[in-house]
Design a protein around this ligand. Structure first.
Ligand code: TPP
Ligand code: MG
Length: 325
C-alpha cells in the first residue's frame, strides 16, 4: 500500500467508477434523444475530480452536497445505477426525490448525500450548516460542497466561505473548474485567474489540483479532510478540468467554443490517462478490463430496463412531503 492509503484494489475501483459513470452518462443521452429523459447534465470529463475526491472521504458517513454535474461522485458514493435511472426517468421509487426533482438533483438520506435546489451555490451554505452541526455534535464528520466556477460569483459562495473560516468548520469547498458557466467563459466571470485565489480573502488554504488526475485529487482532498477533522477549518480546492460535452442536452456548445479546444482537452481524457497508468503498473490488464466492461454494460442495461418498467409516481401523492400537515 502506498503512503496515501491507496491499494491497487482501491485504484482499480476508482477506475471502475470513472468508466461506470461515463457509460451511464452515454446511456442517459440516448434516453434523452429517444424522448424518454427530459434533460441530461453530464459528468463527462469530470470523472477523475469527482471519484478521486469521493475516495478520500468516509463514503456514506461524511456528508456531500453535490451539484447537477456530479454523477460520477454519487456513483462512487454508493448510489446504484438503478437509482440513477429511476431518478432520470422520474419514477416513484427514485430515492433522490421520488420523481419530484428534475434529473441530476441528487439526494440520498442513507448515503449522506444532501438534497439541494437548482439555485447554484446554495449547496455551499448547506455544507457549511452541516459542518456547523458536526462541530456542535462532535461527530467527526466532514461536509463537502461541490460546485462549478461560474457559481462562485454567487453571494452564497462568499458567505459560506467566510462563515466556515471564521468558525473553523469541518468543511471542504470543492470546485470543479471546467472553464465555462454554460456559454460564459471563466474570464468573463471573474477577474482572477484561479478560483483558489479567493481562499486567501477568507483565511483558508486555496489548493489548485489537476482535476483530470484522480490520484492527485485524492491526495489533496484527503489532506483537506484531515485538516477539517483535526479542527483546523475549511479548505477550498480547485480541480482544473473540462467538460467534453455541452452544458446539458439542451445546449449546443459549438456556438461558444472551438472544436480544436475540445480536442486539445480530450488528449487529457481522465479515463484514458488513468487506464494507461494502471495498465503500466500492472493493476489493469486485458482480462480484468474485458470483465469490467462487460459488468458495466450489463449493469447499465439492467438499470435502463428496470427504470423504464418502474411505475411513475401516483398523481394522488403530488403533495406528499411538500407541505407539512
Ligand atoms: C443563481 C443561479 N443562476 C443561474 C442559474 C442557471 N444556471 C444553471 S447551471 C449554470 C452554469 C453554472 O456554471 P458552473 O458553476 O461553472 O458549473 P458547470 O455547469 O460549468 O459545471 C447556470 C448559469 C442557476 N441555476 N442559479
Ligand atoms: Mg463551469
Amino acid at each position: 500500500m502506498a503512503d496515501n492509503g491507496l491499494t491497487p484494489e482501491l485504484m482499480k475501483e476508482m477506475y471502475y467508477y470513472m468508466v461506470l459513470s461515463r457509460a451511464v452518462d452515454d446511456r442517459m443521452w440516448i434516453l434523452n434523444r429517444q424522448g424518454k429523459a427530459p434533460v441530461v447534465y453530464s459528468s463527462n470529463g469530470h470523472e477523475a475530480a469527482q471519484v478521486g475526491s469521493a475516495f478520500a472521504l468516509n463514503r456514506g458517513e461524511d456528508w456531500i452536497c453535490p451539484y447537477y454535474r456530479d454523477l460520477a461522485l454519487v456513483l462512487a458514493y454508493g448510489m446504484s445505477v438503478r437509482d440513477v435511472m429511476l431518478h432520470l426517468l422520474g419514477r416513484a421509487q427514485d430515492p433522490n426525490s421520488g420523481g419530484r426533482q428534475m434529473p441530476a438533483h441528487w439526494g440520498h438520506r442513507q448515503l449522506h448525500i444532501l438534497t439541494g435546489g437548482s439555485v447554484v451555490a446554495t449547496q455551499d451554505v448547506h455544507a457549511t450548516g452541516l459542518a456547523l452541526a458536526s462541530k456542535v455534535l462532535k461527530d467527526g464528520r466532514v461536509s463537502v460542497a461541490y460546485f462549478g466556477e461560474g457559481s462562485t460569483s454567487q453571494g452564497e459562495f462568499h458567505e459560506a466561505l467566510n462563515f466556515a473560516a471564521v468558525h473553523k468548520l469541518p468543511v471542504i469547498f470543492f470546485n470543479e473548474n471546467n472553464g465555462y458557466a454554460i456559454s460564459v467563459p471563466a474570464r468573463k466571470q471573474m477577474a482572477v485567474m484561479d478560483v483558489a485565489a479567493r481562499a486567501a480573502g477568507y483565511g483558508m488554504p486555496g489548493v489548485i489540483v489537476d482535476g483530470n488526475d484522480p490520484l492527485k485529487v485524492y491526495e489533496v482532498t484527503r489532506e483537506a479532510a484531515e485538516r477539517a477533522r483535526s479542527g483546523d477549518g475549511p479548505t477550498l480546492i480547485e480541480a482544473k478540468t473540462y467538460r467534453f460535452v455541452p452544458h446539458s442536452s439542451d445546449d449546443d456548445d459549438r456556438a461558444y467554443r472551438s472544436r480544436e479546444e475540445v480536442q486539445e482537452w480530450k488528449k487529457r481524457d481522465p479515463l484514458v490517462m488513468f487506464e494507461q497508468r494502471l495498465t503500466e503498473d500492472g493493476i489493469l490488464n486485458d482480462d480484468n478490463l474485458t470483465a469490467m466492461r462487460q459488468q458495466i454494460k450489463d449493469l447499465v442495461n439492467d438499470a435502463t430496463d428496470f427504470a423504464e418498467q418502474a411505475p411513475l409516481p401516483d398523481p394522488g401523492t403530488l403533495y406528499a412531503e411538500v407541505y407539512g400537515s
